[in-house]
Design a protein around this ligand. Sequence first.
Ligand code: KIV
Length: 270
Amino acid sequence: MPTVTEIREMAGEEKITMLTAYDAVTASIVDEAGTDIVLVGDSVGNAEMGHDSTLPVTVDEMASRTGAVVRGTEDAMVVADMPFLSFGVDESESIEHCGRMLKEEGADAVKIESSPRTVELTQRLSELGIPVMAHLGLTPQKVNQLGGYTRQGTTPEAARRILDLANKHEEAGAFSLVLEHVPANLAERVTDALTIPTIGIGAGPACDGQVLVINDVVGLSEWEPPFAKQFGDVRSEMEGAVEGYVDAVESGEFPAEEHSHHEDELDELY
Ligand code: KIV
């Protein structure tokens, strides 16, 4: 498992790969492919739980998913995403929620959607031994304030705010920073300014690493953001398999002889 120090040292040296996973089976596939970091994203809300946003996802749900991903992962670092309102309301409650992901579920670090209000919390968590991955740019938990999943940092003032917050979170002890849906030249500027690695999603190629939602990568999503790339078509594969099963049961083709067994002494049973 790459340590926090090793992930930091990859900045500018070696591209960091990160993918989401929400269950043990997917985590084992992501891990065996050599991914550096498995993110148990609160994107599970949209990707797998049928919600329209990440807002309804609870701490208990994230804890359960994190435990499953940890059990499916041998080599990668596991980062638990902290859901909406699980941090930032009350300091000791925030620490308890974040600590639970490490202490009870076995995660290696937490990710927090960052803002001016999370600088102090990042420092406190880091001091307590809870490594923090910061997240700036499009922060989906603010969807109601942002008015949608729109590109961020597109004006000089907005870009400066992101750069300033990135520096503050690095100073506070964050070991890495996700940059989501921001202009590539802003991501490049932030990457140059920091010593910790940036991990981009919709943030261009200059970041130290890249992250995508696994469902988008394998082709399971019904909708995917413009910056995602599909590398497979698992949805079609699954549809084909399920249709094949339904047809075979309806036609009586399944189960066949080889899927059944007989006990001779039961032939006389009445
Ligand atoms: O929840 C998530 O999956 C994320 C990544 C897209 C960065 O925050």
